[in-house]
Design a protein around this ligand. Structure first.
Ligand code: HEC
Length: 119
């Protein structure tokens, strides 16, 4: 093999390694930045009343003449996943049952709600 060819092959190898590394890095960055799987559905179905971070929306509470608890509060967080699922499916007090949310989505919503837990 002539020297130039060897160099070219070597350079191509280096380039491929660099590209592979950059790709691996951006892939792991993307994984870090991926939103929580329950965030989107929570924002669409729950945030109107419970705020993007679980904090009660006072104007809605007034309209419904209800006391909306903070979803990160110890009282709400002490509920089991099954109990929260029941709240979503059957309603609780002045919260109406939320129809048409797939079980998998409810599971994701509950997991997202757990991130509201206050220390
Ligand atoms: C239209 C407004 C509204 C929407 C939308 C809504 N909620 Fe509620 N939620 C309420 C109100 C009002 C209460 C307080 C009910 C009461 O105690 O009378 C409540 C209470 C709760 C509670 C506490 C129940 C308890 O037993 O103390 C949980 C948990 C909850 N909501 C979860 C959710 C989740 C999860 C979603 C989305 C899937 C959601 N809510 C959507 C209005 C809403």
């Amino acid at each position: 093999m002539r020297a130039e060819w060897r160099n070219a092959t070597f350079a191509a190898g280096l380039l491929a390694a660099a590209v592979a590394q950059t790709f691996a890095q951006s892939a792991s960055l993307a994984a870090d930045k991926k939103p929580h799987p329950g965030k989107d559905i929570y924002e669409r179905r729950c945030a109107l009343c419970h705020g993007p971070d679980g904090s009660p929306q006072e104007s809605v509470a007034k309209m419904l003449q209800a006391e909306i608890p903070h979803l990160g509060s110890p009282r709400v967080q002490s509920k089991s996943d099954a109990e929260i699922q029941k709240v979503v499916k059957d309603g609780a007090g002045k919260m109406k049952a939320m129809k048409g949310i797939a079980d998998m989505d409810i599971t994701n919503i509950i997991a997202f709600m757990r991130t509201f837990k206050k220390p």
